[in-house]
Design a protein. Structure first.
Lengths: 110, 330
């Protein structure tokens, strides 16, 4: 049986920024994204893990130990702007910023 | 002294305290007992609504007197002053840096709603009346301490770039004045004030009889939270833990004195003492995380939640009550 390469439809290269940050700073970071011209973002709440500030698992009432993840997909220019501002803002804040290359289907959405 | 011991015993053998102890124990041994978060929040909202409403109804009955207004002013002053006392004590007792000291100080000027509710539970249990408007006093004491704490941090970092930014950012103001708990507490207070005893007739089946039972369940959850933080005692250190049990009675003295000179009842004086003694672990940590990210939350949350809160609940409440009774008997 002959298996050919699957022909993909046309895709567009973008940057995907993933920011894990303490939830109380969520608005600070989404403001950064908006100001940099990001067209949108996805927020994943109630995440936990371990890093250089120890184990961070959310609590119920004093919920300052909870983390959120913000995912932004943007063009390279906007992504640069977001990452550099986010880096400045997060000087004293617990968090992780990472960037990866992705391909999106709908170019005009990002 | 016997009377004090008896009070302590009465306080210790209520379902509220015993459930709290169960939670503390379960948390300390890392049991997987946990309340779903939505239920914890739901219980907290119920308690806010109930105490806000009851306070409003009481104020409707007593009216807005000079005593009420003077007590409100005293409350704001005490909440603003206590962080300075705490800061001085911290600098004297420990080697903690100024940012962490300032952050902790803000917690001790502010109040703990659950400690307040437990104190009213203690008074109700012993059939001792207290001024209903103390709920409003509690709400007023929540924020001045935050401003004092930020001021202390700024003075500690003298000359730093921070002096150009406003002390209270827009976001912080929103967090401390329009936070869900404040809105519900004050909103219910106003509704209780407007509707008075007729409103109480409607609300009583939901907020009067079940109140103490719900509080007991909630304290189980609080015990779990506090118990889980016991593991952080190492990070906090013995000197700070000592501060966590010395500061509450010092704070209580301010409330006792103010309550006495304002001519409040025994119950009212005791509540004022409890409010001055208690440390925040919900509103202030969030405010500090937002405005003083350099301060370590593991220290201030552990101190107020796992040291001061159980201390006030178990030792403080009967102690401040005995002190209030003593003052009034003079």
């Amino acid at each position: 049986m002959k298996t050919g390469n699957v022909k993909m439809m046309e895709l567009y290269a973008k940057k995907r920024i993933e920011i894990v940050v303490e939830q109380i700073q969520l608005d600070t970071l989404t403001d950064v994204i908006d100001a940099a011209g990001g067209s949108g973002y996805t927020v994943v709440r109630k995440i936990s893990g371990k890093g250089n500030r120890g184990v961070r698992s959310g609590g119920a009432l004093p919920d300052i130990f909870g983390n959120v993840m913000i995912i932004v997909i943007a063009s390279e220019d906007v992504a640069n702007e977001i990452v550099s501002t986010a880096h400045e803002v997060m000087e004293d804040i617990a968090g992780i910023i990472s960037v990866s290359d992705v391909q999106v289907v709908r170019n005009k959405h990002f | 002294m016997d009377a004090l011991f008896e009070l302590a015993l009465i306080n210790l053998t209520t379902p509220m305290i015993l459930f709290f102890a169960l939670g503390l124990l379960a948390g300390a041994v890392k049991s997987d007992l946990a309340f779903p978060e939505a239920i914890s929040k739901g219980l907290a909202l119920y308690l806010m609504l109930a105490i806000g409403f009851k306070g409003g109804v009481e104020l409707a009955a007593s009216g807005l007197t000079t005593t009420v207004v003077l007590t409100m002013i005293a409350a704001i002053i005490i909440s603003f002053l206590l962080p300075f006392v705490a800061y001085a004590l911290l600098r004297f007792m420990t080697r903690l840096d100024s940012v962490n000291s300032a952050a902790i100080s803000a917690h001790y000027g502010s109040i703990s709603v659950v400690t307040f509710v437990a104190a009213t539970g203690f008074l109700t249990q012993n059939n001792i009346p207290y001024e209903g408007f103390m709920v409003a006093i509690m709400a007023l004491m929540e924020t001045p301490a935050i401003i004092a704490g930020l001021l202390l941090a700024r003075l500690g970092m003298a000359g730093a770039k921070s002096s150009k930014t406003p002390l209270v950012s827009k976001k912080l103001a929103h967090e401390i004045f329009l936070g869900g708990s404040i809105v519900l507490l004050m909103g219910s207070f106003v509704i209780g004030w407007i509707t008075g005893s007729e409103g109480m007739e409607i609300m009583a089946p939901a907020i009067s009889v079940p109140f103490k039972a719900v509080l007991s369940v909630f304290l189980l959850d609080m015990g779990l939270l506090a118990g889980r933080r016991l593991g952080d005692f190492g990070a906090v250190g013995p000197k700070l833990i000592l501060f966590g049990v010395i500061m509450p009675p010092i704070g209580a003295l301010f409330g006792l004195a103010a309550g006495y000179f304002l001519g409040l009842s025994v119950g009212g004086i005791m509540i004022f003492a409890v409010l001055s003694a208690s440390a925040s672990y919900i509103v202030v940590p969030a405010a500090m995380r937002l405005s003083l990210p350099k301060a370590n939350p593991a220290i201030y949350v552990t101190l107020s939640l796992a040291v001061t809160f159980p201390f006030n609940l178990i030792v403080g409440i009967p102690l401040y009550f005995a002190a209030a009774e003593f003052l009034v008997s003079l």
